[in-house]
Design a protein around this ligand. Structure first.
Ligand SMILES: Cc1cc2nc3c(=O)[nH]c(=O)nc-3n(C[C@H](O)[C@H](O)[C@H](O)COP(=O)(O)OP(=O)(O)OC[C@H]3O[C@@H](n4cnc5c(N)ncnc54)[C@H](O)[C@@H]3O)c2cc1C
Length: 310
């Protein structure tokens, strides 16, 4: 990401997060001639930055890799005039003419803010998980799958990500055991059907993961189910048990729903005038890339309209 001189920095629109929502917001705001800054603390692309293939994005009939999409959108935003700062936003406060956004390397003044900080993966919160993170506990089948060639691996979760990633992992692993709590998976039917047709994938329903076993590296995953306790001998576990919104840095500045997602009006403005929300972080988001992009464009238009009236 391009370097930005922080001292006295003041922008029209500050976008928090360079996922699909933030990058689309930045391209839209910058193309309307607004001084636009994106603050992101990881690589561009957000949650899909490591995903092997996305199949449901308009315009990509053959699918597209997440690691290709992020740089494409960043390039588009930069060509429109947006600037990028590699940093973490720690807090946002109201200021006389907008907002004071505190980043790790300093404060940026912004007339409007678009929060597109998305979600982070939830953890299992079981013994062994923290100690074995990166030593067999992973969240990315596409990145870490090659380390488990021929090995038995466990996938925690029964949603779309769990089933999609199981199919990716099955290309490398010897066996993939999907473990989910309920009687039936929540993943879309097509993914469940594809997994059922893959001989390397086995599904264990109605079971809870209660521990990850291993000294220095994962050697097993402990389960509890109605039929009792068991340990699956496995070299790795990939965790896909839901997402939590990255809204903590806003404190009490905006109204959120019970899950911490930002409540907005139809223009995607939050309860705090001048602060907009886009993508997964917005209450009632459908959690899709296409809707995140739409949100980004809509939030930018909201900010443009507000600045035009100021
Ligand atoms: C494994 C997986 C596969 C998926 N596959 C698909 C799919 O095939 N099709 C589909 O439609 N959807 C898919 N999704 C859902 C999709 O990824 C999300 O809906 C989408 O990424 C939301 O985009 P976003 O821009 O709102 O947030 P995110 O993608 O979460 O991006 C938010 C960005 O904000 C940054 N950030 C957060 N906090 C801060 C901070 N304080 N300071 C600076 N930067 C910050 C993060 O680092 C991140 O880059 C998938 C999700 C996962 C997890």
């Amino acid at each position: 990401m391009r370097g930005v001189e922080m001292t006295g920095l003041s922008v029209d629109v500050l976008v928090i997060g360079a996922g699909i929502a933030g990058l689309t917001a930045a391209a839209t705001a910058a193309s309307h001639g607004l001084e636009t800054l994106v603050v992101e603390h990881m690589a561009a692309g957000g949650q899909v930055a490591t995903v092997e293939r996305i199949h449901n994005l308009p315009g990509f009939a053959e699918g597209v890799a997440g690691y290709e999409l992020g740089p494409l959108l960043q390039q588009q935003a930069e060509e429109a005039g947006a600037r990028f700062l590699m940093d973490t936003v720690d807090s946002v406060h109201r200021a006389e003419r907008g907002f004071e956004v505190a980043c790790a390397s300093g404060i940026v003044l912004a007339r409007t803010v678009i929060v597109a900080a998305g979600s982070s993966r939830r953890k299992l919160d079981v013994p062994g998980e923290a100690a074995l993170e990166g030593r067999g506990v992973s969240h990315c089948a596409a990145c870490d799958g090659p380390f488990f060639r021929g090995a038995i691996t466990v996938i925690a979760g029964g949603g779309d990500s769990a089933f999609d990633e199981a199919l990716v992992l099955a290309e490398q692993a010897g066996e993939v055991v999907i473990v989910h709590k309920g009687p039936a998976p929540k993943a879309r039917r097509a993914a469940v059907t594809r997994a059922a047709a893959e001989p390397k994938i086995r599904v264990v329903a109605n079971a809870e993961i209660v521990g990850i076993v291993g000294e220095g590296e994962v050697t097993g995953v402990a389960l509890q189910s109605e039929t009792g306790a068991q340990t699956i001998a496995a070299a790795g576990i990939f965790v896909y048990v839901g997402l939590a919104p990255n809204s903590g840095f806003l404190g009490n500045l905006v109204e959120t729903d019970a899950g911490g997602r930002i409540v907005t009006d139809a223009t995607l403005q939050s309860s705090c005038p001048g602060l907009f929300a886009a993508g997964d972080i917005r209450a009632e988001s459908p959690y899709l890339l296409a809707s995140a992009a739409g949100d980004g464009a809509a939030a930018a238009l909201g900010a443009i309209h507000r600045l035009a009236l100021a």
